[in-house]
Design a protein around this ligand. Structure first.
Ligand SMILES: [Fe+2]
Length: 260
């Protein structure tokens, strides 16, 4: 009974609070960066599996399931950005998100595919894999996890609670996307090619572009981390966003293992 006395509980919680107070904003942000870099969301065993099983059948099966589901999650990415812009009070954060949105929208009529909207590049990825056809939609279902992920994004991007939007969009997306897409590119480029150069460019461009977005957002995080509630919201939404991405790989992994 000694260990669970009120005194000890008090000491324990005080210790945690003390630890958080002790971390400077820079240390706190670095701690969250570590959580993200080491998370299953970007270190999932599915990547090692795909690296060791690069047959055309396994590769095509993975990319079809991934494209079909990721399209469902990302088709409203611009809405997520717009909602955050509407709901954040931080002018610097608004500015970065507006720049991000302009890049997303690109120039749909350009002859240079490198200027296309990101959406158009991703649609090319889906059509190269044949997952945007009526037939494919009839024969395949979007995972429940993907639907939950989309709902989660809609809720978090509308949240006015401190730290929630930044944790979701920065650590749950922009900060990890360059690392993740490099892994995806490596799998795509291994063995026989299955998509066009335009579709491949979708992943290539985010490997550099999102590094810049993330860096600017990290600076804002550091500034706002002076506030304890912001830290709490940031940590919570970072962890939950990464966890959902991890679940997303879990469901794809269980499906592709059945057919390999
Ligand atoms: Fe994008």
């Amino acid at each position: 009974m000694k260990n669970i006395s009120n005194k000890n509980i008090y000491k324990y919680s005080k210790g945690l609070k003390f630890e958080n107070r002790e971390l400077s904003p820079n240390e706190f942000v670095n701690k969250i960066k570590d959580i993200a870099i080491n998370h299953k969301a970007i270190n999932h065993p599915i990547f090692e599996f795909l690296d060791n099983n690069s047959s055309l059948k396994v590769k095509k099966n993975f990319f079809q399931i991934f494209a079909f589901n990721y399209e469902y999650y990302s088709r409203d990415f611009n809405t997520y950005l717009s909602k955050i812009i509407d709901n954040t009070a931080d002018e610097e954060f608004k500015k970065i998100l507006n720049e991000n949105l302009t890049e997303e929208l690109g120039d749909p009529k350009s002859n240079d595919f490198k200027k296309w909207p990101h959406r158009k590049l991703f649609d090319k990825f889906c059509s190269d894999l044949g997952v945007n056809t009526e037939n494919y939609r009839l024969e395949n279902k979007i995972f429940l996890t993907t639907k939950l992920w989309r709902e989660y994004m809609m809720t978090n991007s509308s949240s006015k609670l401190p730290g929630v939007a930044l944790g979701t969009i920065c650590f749950g997306s922009e900060f990890i996307v360059p690392i993740l897409y490099k892994k995806i590119l490596n799998i795509l480029r291994k063995g026989q090619s299955i998509i066009s150069k335009e579709a491949e460019y979708f992943f290539e461009l985010h490997c550099t572009m999102d590094v810049e977005h993330a860096q600017k957002m990290l600076n804002i995080c550091e500034k706002l981390c002076e506030n304890q509630s912001f830290r709490e919201g940031l940590l919570f939404s970072t962890n939950t966003s990464l966890q959902i991405r991890g679940y997303f790989w879990d469901v794809i992994f269980s499906k592709i293992k059945k057919y390999s």
